[in-house]
Write a protein that binds this ligand. Structure first.
Ligand code: 8YV
Length: 328
């Protein structure tokens, strides 16, 4: 009997066809949130899951008695209870080398948009306020030659650094482990401690994964350390930032502005942020381009197929399970 697999979003025919070659595929047609109870129901007879834009909590894992492979369509995996999956010996893959460049594009777009006040400029023109040229009109901040602080220096942080090189920026980074010397040299990046990063940067861009250690690790203290002329960019995960503290800092101009693609309780956005002109807001679209989404779906489908075939994909999140399962 063919393995049965479930896809949580309408990811397109290319990915479905990859899986359909050897599996019975059920792909949810609605591009809408999937409550855990509904996911549990959908997984009752499923061997494999390709999960995008949904949570997989422990109670759903416990109910999915046939489940033996999970492919996550994203790089961050804080939506999955990896411990529960590992306890059930279910191998899980994520995407590596797929969403990084396009997410870095969005981080840089938010940085530029915040610095040059693009949403305000756009509103000004559309609303018919532009009646004559003015010397003092909508001044922003220079980006070129400024200091960029990368909080987290994995694949996405490094991709942002590559873009910043073209703007002749000084690049600082903060991460648990130092990057290889060759990478530091190629990117002209200098590892500093957190205080230096927040204190010296004109733009701080967040690129850490969300985990208990990083949750609220950008709070009132870090924001207070930032220059009043500095900007905070977040394309990583909302809960890394204490949103209340950020809203408060922006409101009293303790920092100059922010560019945010992620929020603490998506799709809820702190009401203060919604009313502030010095914040650029986006609805978690870091990987949202036609090319990248197609590639994400293809790679995730192939990962799931590999898992179901007993192959070991490169991007296994819990290799210990795979080794135990395959006796390797
Ligand atoms: C995905 C993301 O769209 O890769 C990530 O971590 O945040 C996004 O690219 C999201 O995970 C939905 O699956």
């Amino acid at each position: 009997m063919k393995p049965r697999v479930y896809i949580t979003r309408p990811v397109g025919s290319e990915a479905i066809n990859i899986l359909a070659a050897r599996c019975d595929v059920t792909c949810r047609e609605q591009d809408l949130p999937l409550p855990p109870a509904e996911l549990a129901e959908a997984l009752r007879e499923m061997d494999g899951l390709m999960i995008a834009g949904a949570r997989l909590p422990a109670e759903v894992v416990a109910q999915a008695s046939r489940l033996r492979a999970v492919s996550s369509v994203g790089v961050g995996y804080d939506n999955l209870d990896l411990a529960a999956l590992t306890a059930r010996r279910i191998p899980v893959t994520n995407l590596v080398g797929v969403v990084e460049e396009t997410t870095a594009d969005l981080a840089f777009a938010l940085l530029l948009a915040a610095a040059r006040r693009l949403p305000e400029c756009d509103r000004y023109v559309r609303e018919g306020q532009w009646r004559f040229w003015q010397w003092t009109l909508l001044w922003g901040a220079d980006v070129f030659g400024k200091t960029l602080g990368l909080y987290g220096f994995g694949n996405i942080g490094q991709a942002v650094a590559r873009r910043a090189r073209g703007f002749n920026m000084r690049i600082l980074y903060c991460s648990r482990r130092p990057a290889a010397e060759a990478i530091e040299q190629a990117l002209g990046a200098q590892r500093v401690d957190r205080d230096t990063l927040f204190g010296e940067s004109d733009f701080v861009s967040i690129h850490v994964a969300l985990n208990p250690e990083t949750r609220h690790s950008v709070g009132a203290a870090e924001l207070a350390r930032m220059k009043p002329s500095a900007y905070l960019i977040n394309t990583a995960r909302g809960p890394v930032v204490d949103e209340e503290a950020l809203a408060e800092a922006l409101q009293r101009h303790a920092i100059a502005g922010a560019g945010l693609d992620v929020f603490e309780q998506e799709p809820h956005v702190h009401p203060t942020l919604l009313g502030l002109p010095n914040v650029v807001l986006a609805p978690h679209v870091g990987s949202g381009t036609a090319e990248t989404r197609a590639r994400m779906a293809r790679v995730a489908a192939q990962n799931l197929l590999d898992l179901l075939d007993g192959k070991r994909p490169r991007t296994l999140l819990n290799p210990e399970v795979f080794e135990t399962a395959s006796g390797g």
